[in-house]
Structures are given as C-alpha cells and as structure tokens.
Design a protein around this ligand. Structure first.
Ligand code: DUC
Ligand code: ZN
Ligand code: ZN
Length: 463
C-alpha cells in the first residue's frame, strides 16, 4: 500500500496543535516529525501548507435508511457516508433496530445487509432495543462480543420504541454487567402524546406546535429519570440529543455527584431554534425532529455545557426526510411529520464556525467531533486522533475557505438544507480513509464498499 506524506500543515488533535509532517503507510499513521528533522520519501505527497491536518470526524449518531413515521430516511448508507466524507467525517455509528417481536440479532443482520458494500467510510452500529424481554436481554451479551457495545432505549414514542422504566432498568442492569453503554432518548413520550392530542383538538396543527408539545420539562423529567435508573442499576448512561437547558442541568448535577453520566447535543440545537419551526407556511416541517428545537435562549446552556464538559460529544442525529413527499405527510397534522434533520455533511464545518465565533477552541472542536465520540464508543485511538498506530483517517482542512451551505451544493440525498444560505468559513479539502483518498481537492474519488464494519470496544470513559 502506498506511502503518503502530508507536509506543511498544522496538526490539530484534541490535545495538541503541532507544526509537523505526517507519514502514512499501510493505511495507518506511522510517524509525525518536524519538517526539518526527517528525510522521509513517499509515493504521494500532500501539501497542507496553510491548512489544518485533523482526524476524520466521528459521527456517533446517524440513521441511514431508517424506517420511521411511515417512510424511510432518504440517505442510504451509500449516499449518506459519501456525504459524510464530503464534510470531513470518516466514521459513522448508525443505529440498527430490533424489530418489535424479533431479536436483536435479526435487527443487526438487517443493518449489516443495508450497509455492506455500500459505505464510502468506516461504520459501526449501536442497537435500538424496541422489545426488552428475557431473550433480548440475554442477547445483549452476544452483541457486546460482536462489537455492538451500546444500546439505545427510549422513554418516547409509545407503541413504537418506548420501553417502560422496568425494561430500561433491566437493560441497564445487563449493561452494568457486560460493560455495554445504555443510550437514552429522554422525553416523556406518554405525557407528550396527551399534549399532542389536546393540541390537535384545539386545531393547533402547524409544525411549530411540535416544539410546543414536546416540552422542555418533559425532556428534563425523563433525563432525570434515566439518570436515576442508571444509578440504581449501577450502570453508565449516555443521553442522546440533549436540547433543553433543563436537561443539561440534570446531566451536570449528576456529573457533579460523580455519576458516570454522559451526553451529546447536535448542531441543530446549537444553530437553529423554534423560530425555524415557526417559519411561514409548512416550511417549519423541515426542522421537525425529536427532541425538538428549543427557543434560542437554550443555546447558551448547550455551549456552556460543551465548554465545561458536561456535554462531551456533538453528533448529528442525521435522519433526513425530503420536504416533498416525506415531510409533507404531516400537512395539516404536525404529529405526522417524520422526525429528523439532515446534517452529517455539515457537522465539522458548523463546529469549526463555532471556533471562529468563540464558543469553543480548536482542540475542543476536535475533541467533541472526533476524539470524545471515539472514546465514548470504544474506537480510540484507532479513530479520533492522529498518532502512530491510528488509522490514517485524516482531513486536510482549509480554515479560510468560505462556503454557503445549501441543498444546491450539498451531497446528502435530501431536497433541502436545514442551514440553507448560512455562510461558514472552513471546509474539508482532502479526506483520507485508512490512507485511501476519498476526497482530493474537493473532488470525490472514493467508492462504495471501501468502508468496513468496525466492531467496537467498550466505552472508554466508563470501563
Ligand atoms: N429523533 C429524530 O428526530 N429522528 C429519528 C429518531 C429520533 O429519536
Ligand atoms: Zn432519539
Ligand atoms: Zn437518533
């Protein structure tokens, strides 16, 4: 396999910023050294002068081809992982789903079938448990052995994904003994369904009501509850897509008490708000996701949480549905709008913009987007950093390139951008996955099937 030398750039990892050259051989990083101190030769030389050399992004929360709300997320593993690479992400961890009445293994097999041979970058799986019972609890041990070391449980979506508190406790107990990590979608789904029914009865049918019925307090209540269940089970908890400041407070309180509680937020909660949900006509449907967007004054608590490490990870919850034909299923009834936003291509750039805006610093950008998700989900240091022995998942990032985010230019298979018209500075220029070029000077040179399944280890913060 070709030797590649990346020269002249600023290598930024979660811990360091170094003006060093990077030597790649056999798909791995083999050495870093200052330019003058080595006499390396290589088959390919990438001139990264004036650029950052950063680890490929790790997006630990995607839903490619996910059946949901009577339709299916519009990115396949092929289109979604290609778009991820365009945006500087080289690993995704997607959610396989246990079919109701079926086994975890059936769900995992189905997701392997969807992904195999289609991915442009490497991928792993979490498992959504939609039917916690004696047999699926036993199966959790086997999944951990197969590298599916995290399990998502829902307090939301009654009749679809919701598990009751007893089921969640049992799953947490099992994870406590096999080293797995329980991820929770924390919103009180039963209470939300009452508020949905009441809103519809009052004639409140527009997308903005989605944000109103899914109350911040119901996110906080469920967050508190899953934290306490985790404490009783003696198991770590990872709360996904935190959007409400009251939920951040619950996570922060638990962490102050020394509990192994972790959480992520997503770019949509940092950059968008209920103002988007209230856009005229049916436009707000583009921003319907759960947990929902919040009033803009919640963002301050999220940014603070990211700085203070009360929130450790930024993932996308990439779950795209086209406006035409998919979001439109909810015309006249917001509760029928499929929940989800596109974003896998935008995360690295939006977080770089956050560096420029002064919310986080450069190393924290890499920590939140690369290193911490890799550690959280048992992939570090293979993924998430640039160090001898790491996979050569490397992005040459131009911090000065200006771009306007738009559906007209993005690569996700969805007919709108949640960030249409937003100007950001910074862009992935060249992307390597295990040393193999996927994007070169803003041209796609990758191929479906390059990406391999990643069996993951245990959470490296909790074990
Ligand atoms: N939330 C979303 O917005 N989409 C998919 C599932 C979820 O929990
Ligand atoms: Zn969720
Ligand atoms: Zn999700």
């Amino acid at each position: 396999m070709a030797r590649t030398l990346i020269t002249g750039g600023l290598v930024v990892t979660a811990s360091d910023e170094l003006h060093v050259d990077v030597l790649v051989d056999g798909g791995r990083v083999v050495a870093l050294a200052t330019h003058d101190s080595h006499g390396w030769t290589a088959d390919h030389v990438i001139d990264a002068t004036g650029r950052y050399v950063i680890p490929g992004g790790v997006d630990a929360h995607t839903h490619m081809e996910m059946p949901f709300g009577g339709t299916t997320a519009s990115d396949t593993f092929e289109t979604g992982t290609r778009a991820a690479a365009w945006g500087g992400t080289t690993t995704v961890v997607d959610f396989a789903i246990q079919p109701k009445g079926g086994s975890l293994m059936e769900g995992l097999d189905a997701w392997h079938e969807k992904a195999e041979g289609g991915c442009a970058i490497d991928y792993g799986f979490h498992m959504i448990m939609s039917d916690v019972n004696e047999s699926s609890l036993r199966e959790m041990d086997r999944l951990v052995e197969l590298g599916v070391t995290s399990f998502k449980l829902f307090t939301a979506y009654p009749g679809v994904f919701l598990s009751d508190d007893g089921q969640i406790l049992r799953a947490m107990q099992r994870a406590g003994s096999n080293g797995g990590l329980v991820m929770t979608h924390a919103e009180n789904g039963l209470a939300i369904d009452v508020l949905v029914e009441q809103a519809l009865a009052r004639g409140e049918r527009d997308p903005r009501h989605h944000g109103e019925v899914r109350r911040a307090l119901l996110e906080a209540e469920a967050t508190h509850r899953v934290i306490k269940l985790g404490q009783v089970a003696g198991a770590p908890v990872y709360v996904v897509h935190v959007s409400a400041r009251e939920a951040v407070a619950e996570v922060a309180k638990a962490r102050d008490e020394g509990l192994p509680v972790f959480a992520e937020t997503c770019p949509q909660y940092l950059f968008l708000s209920t103002d988007n949900l209230a856009e005229p006509g049916f436009e707000g449907a583009k921003y319907v996701c759960s947990t929902p967007l919040r009033p803009a004054d919640h963002q301050e608590a999220l940014w603070r949480g990211l700085r203070t490490n009360d929130l450790q990870v930024v993932s996308t919850d990439h779950c795209p549905f086209c406006f035409k034909g998919q979001k439109e299923r909810g015309l006249g009834d917001f509760s029928k709008i499929p929940n989800g936003l596109p974003g896998v291509e935008n995360r690295m750039d939006l977080l770089h913009q956050a560096v420029l805006d002064g919310h986080i610093d450069r190393r924290r950008w890499i920590d939140l987007a690369c290193a911490a998700p890799a550690r959280m989900f048992g992939l570090y240091p293979r993924k998430g950093t640039i160090a001898p022995g790491s996979d050569a998942d490397i992005v040459v990032y131009d911090p000065h390139a200006e771009q306007t985010l738009s559906a007209a230019t993005h690569h996700m298979n969805v007919d709108y951008s949640a960030y249409e018209g937003k100007r950001v500075t910074g862009r992935a220029e060249t992307v390597l996955s295990r040393g193999v070029p996927v994007i070169v000077d803003r041209a796609y040179v990758g191929h479906a099937g390059h990406g391999v399944y990643l069996p993951r280890g245990l959470c490296q913060y909790a074990n």
